[in-house]
Ligand binder design. Structure first.
Ligand SMILES: Nc1nc2c(ncn2[C@@H]2O[C@H](COP(=O)(O)OP(=O)(O)OP(=O)(O)O)[C@@H](O)[C@H]2O)c(=O)[nH]1
Ligand SMILES: [Zn+2]
Length: 220
């Protein structure tokens, strides 16, 4: 039986998309709803699920969900180009591939807002210096913590490295499991999706083989 749902606060209404977007559809001009409006939207979804947002176990949930959203989607507040603004040039002429593999990430697909979780592997051939290794992992998080598809995320990471570092080549491989395919819908647990994007030297098939072999070779 459905729980009895008490009336909700009539004053706070969730912001409509039109209100949030204003006259422009430019996503960077989106007016952020207030915390209260975000919490009200969560209450609406709890009702939609069929539960009572005013019962004890759920009464704090809208506040927690709003807080969690700040974390899940903090990439909108971050600028990937700024993260890469420091290049180390004193590397004794090192010019071979730099590969950071097995960078774990969790993201949310833009179609269902359900998690997809996996690993990113990033390789590049430096031109005028190298970038801090942790910065590559930070770039992954900037895009993972937004709504998008795995393909978009792969392309965005590649384009950012290409634009800012101007390397001789970039290779990005992402493998992930999409909860929208395992927890719901077609319900295929364990299937994974791989996406790749290559630029510069990595357009050569032999370089792609080398990259893939290094990604999949035995670890430490
Ligand atoms: N290409 C791509 N598709 C994705 C990604 N994340 C989720 N999807 C897919 O997005 C599609 C959305 O399809 P729709 O038919 O519009 O939505 P749906 O009725 O929920 O589809 P089902 O998941 O098949 O139930 C699904 O096939 C998902 O598997 C992604 O990162 N990349
Ligand atoms: Zn999905």
């Amino acid at each position: 039986m459905n729980p009895v749902v008490k009336s909700m606060n009539p004053v706070v209404q969730p912001l409509s998309v039109e209100q949030a977007l204003g006259p422009s559809a430019d996503k960077f001009l989106i007016k952020q709803p207030t915390q209260e409006q975000a919490e009200e939207a969560v209450r609406t979804l709890i009702l939609w699920a069929g539960d009572d947002p005013s019962r004890e176990g759920l009464v704090e949930t809208p506040r927690r969900v709003a807080k969690a959203y700040k974390e899940f989607y903090k990439g909108y507040q971050e600028d990937a180009d700024e993260i890469l603004d420091r290049v180390f040039e004193e590397v004794e002429g090192y010019r071979d591939m730099v590969l950071v593999r097995d960078i774990p990430f969790s993201s949310h697909c833009e179609h269902h807002m359900v998690p997809f979780v996996g690993k990113a592997h990033i390789g590049y051939y430096p031109s005028e210096g190298v970038v801090g290794l942790s910065k590559l992992a930070r770039i992954v998080d900037v895009y993972a913590r937004r709504l998008q598809t795995q393909e978009t995320m792969t392309a965005q990471i590649t384009q950012t490295l290409e634009r800012v570092l101007k390397p001789r080549g970039v290779a990005v491989l992402i493998e992930a499991e999409h909860m929208c395919m395992s927890m719901r819908g077609v319900q295929k647990q364990g299937s994974s999706t791989m996406t790749t994007q290559y630029t510069g030297l990595f357009r050569e098939p032999a370089e792609q083989v080398r990259f893939f072999t290094m990604v999949k070779s035995a670890g430490l």
